[in-house]
Design a protein around this ligand. Sequence first.
Ligand SMILES: Nc1ncnc2c1ncn2[C@@H]1O[C@H](COP(=O)(O)OP(=O)(O)OP(=O)(O)O)[C@@H](O)[C@H]1O
Ligand SMILES: [Mg+2]
Length: 215
Amino acid sequence: MPPIFVTSSGTGIGKTYVSAMLTRELKARAIKPLVSGLDEETFPGSDPAQLLAAMGEPVTYENAGLVSRWRFRAALSPDMAAKREGRAIDFDELVEECVAAASRHDPLVIEGVGGLMVPLDERHTVLDWMKALKAETDLAPLLVVGAYLGTISHTLTSLAVMRAENIAPRVIVVSEREPGPVPVGETAAVIARFAGRIPVRVAPRGKTVSLADLF
Ligand SMILES: Nc1ncnc2c1ncn2[C@@H]1O[C@H](COP(=O)(O)OP(=O)(O)OP(=O)(O)O)[C@@H](O)[C@H]1O
Ligand SMILES: [Mg+2]
């Protein structure tokens, strides 16, 4: 199975929700190499904690490094959070770490960070990270988008950028973080009209859906 890279149209959309769901279904290994806003106090509700739980690993602060090699305290975009600590993310090392994980673990779920275009350092964004991985693996990108009013434009913008870089998503998942004024199925149907052959699935609020057939 290809390594799965979970990205999204923005932050707080549902990447961890979908990554954890997929990790449980596939009995996969999950990593989130870059995490910000993490310290001992925030750990219990953090992304590494949720991914450890999905893997059935002990959810302890000491285990955060199993999921997230680069951990930053400030709840800021990764490059800003790194700078606060006088650190920087070594892009090549980040890519190498993921390629190595993909060669060791099958299935592997990689949760990105923030939205598709969030900067990781002076020059690279999450999109560049995905492109670098695509060059070295058969990466399957999964785009998580929201169900809120306004999501269609955000989704189609993300899709256009990914397509332009030849890194179209394998699937788009509309995650219903909170009920909105537009029924989620209708939103997914509109997105599907513009998505061509890319399947569009819905993750209804609080529900578990199967995505295994897509990979
Ligand atoms: N389908 C869903 N059903 C129920 N809750 C959801 C769903 N999708 C997202 N959420 C909730 O919305 C919040 C944000 O989701 P999540 O943490 O998965 O976002 P994220 O994209 O991983 O954010 P970040 O950019 O911080 O990593 C969480 O509380 C999560 O449980
Ligand atoms: Mg997350």
